[in-house]
Design a protein around this ligand. Structure first.
Ligand code: SF4
Length: 368
């Protein structure tokens, strides 16, 4: 974005007072957040978000060499946007044998630094399966970072195995868990959450699990599912609740806006998000979440092409190679299942950014 625009008036005058705040480093309010979501001045919004992104990260754009393991799709919850889950007893349900998980991990190229493990809320898996999975992965690849189980899964384990959340997390950490992904947050607003989700942690429970995890030294990401039935006010509320917890714990590393994938979501007849909305989701997050270090442009959800553009709209991270992602793809995501590092590097370079390979917690592995 041209620097000259900092002195040029924005097309949308509602952005002018926000520019003053952004330049002065003043925290934005809920009203500011709403004005940002409502604007059609995408370039003005992009300029603001890009200013913030470059102030923090310069021209670096991060990626990680990673893979996903979705060990089971059996799930007792009902989320209207989900095409991945199978109810217990349903024919399309699967659960990976631990040997299968271990064989997958053992076969990974040595450059893979992160394994992202999430699954459904399976009511019959023993706690030993979960712990042995962590231990077995670490046995085979002691160098690999295990980012596993959303706050929703942790809350489910707490209920199912009748253990305090703190103990669930402590035992997982002992067995090898290094950090947690940010999924399951969906949208915090109660009425909307209850409308699209049955049988999993509510907003307070999700936030509480994260609070405990951060206290135990387990960092995590955070997400928001957007583009379904939520309002713009609810998006702002969601981001501000994350910001509030982050003020308290400092444990969120990256925020990832997740675009609703309508194609296979049986219970929700909604159109897909648009490019405008996807870029706004990144930009507004970068501006409101002033205490979260990174914002991710997740190519699985919004396509590699738009994720690349997102690197100029507030995002500094483009995720990674993500072999074997099932959840978004079951929902109909048309993106490829795998990205090579060469492709990621090309996307980043052509966006005028500097590709930086990172590990899960943003230590630099290699400048490309
Ligand atoms: S989103 Fe997660 S919790 Fe909800 S139905 Fe799908 S697998 Fe289960």
């Amino acid at each position: 974005m041209p620097a000259a625009q900092s002195t040029t008036r924005f097309q949308d005058v509602a952005l002018e007072p926000i520019r003053e705040k952004v330049l002065a480093g003043t925290r934005l309010t809920a009203e500011d957040g709403l004005a940002l979501y409502r604007t059609h001045d995408l370039l003005g919004l992009g300029w603001l978000a890009n200013h913030e992104r470059e102030r923090r990260h310069g021209d670096a754009a991060y990626f990680v060499w990673n893979t996903h393991v979705n060990h089971t799709n059996v799930c007792v919850a009902t989320c209207d946007f989900c095409a991945f889950a199978a109810k217990p007893g349903e024919e399309r349900g699967y659960t990976m044998a631990l040997d299968e998980v271990f064989a997958t991990v053992a076969a990974l190229p040595k450059q893979v630094r992160e394994v992202h493990v999430v699954g459904g809320l399976h009511p019959d898996l023993p706690w030993s399966y979960i712990l042995d999975m962590m231990r077995g992965i670490k046995d085979r690849r002691p160098d690999i970072h295990i980012k596993a189980f959303t706050a929703v899964e942790i809350f489910f384990f707490h209920r199912l195995y009748r253990m305090p959340v703190e103990r669930v997390l402590a035992e997982l950490k002992e067995a090898g868990l290094d950090s947690m992904p940010g999924g399951g947050a969906e949208i915090f607003a109660k009425a909307t959450r209850n409308r699209i989700i049955k049988g999993k942690a509510d907003a307070e429970q999700w936030l509480d699990v994260m609070r405990t995890a951060h206290r135990l030294g387990i960092s995590s990401n955070a997400t928001m599912l957007y583009g379904h039935v939520e309002s713009l006010e609810e998006r702002v509320d969601h981001l501000l609740r994350l910001r509030e917890l982050q003020d308290e714990t400092g444990g969120f590393v990256t925020f990832i806006p997740l675009a609703f994938q309508p194609w296979e979501a049986p219970a929700m007849k909604r159109p897909a998000t648009t490019g405008f909305d996807d870029l706004k989701a990144l930009a507004v997050a970068r501006l409101l979440l002033d205490n979260v270090p990174h914002v991710k442009s997740y190519w699985i959800m919004i396509t590699p092409r738009l994720a690349q553009v997102g690197l100029s709209f507030g995002a500094d991270d483009i995720d990674g190679t993500v072999t074997e992602e099932k959840i978004a793809h079951d929902a109909g995501a048309s993106t490829p299942q795998v990205m090579t590092v060469d492709e990621l590097v090309r996307l980043i370079r052509e966006a005028g950014r500097r590709p930086v390979e990172r590990d899960t917690v943003f230590n630099v592995v290699r400048e490309w």
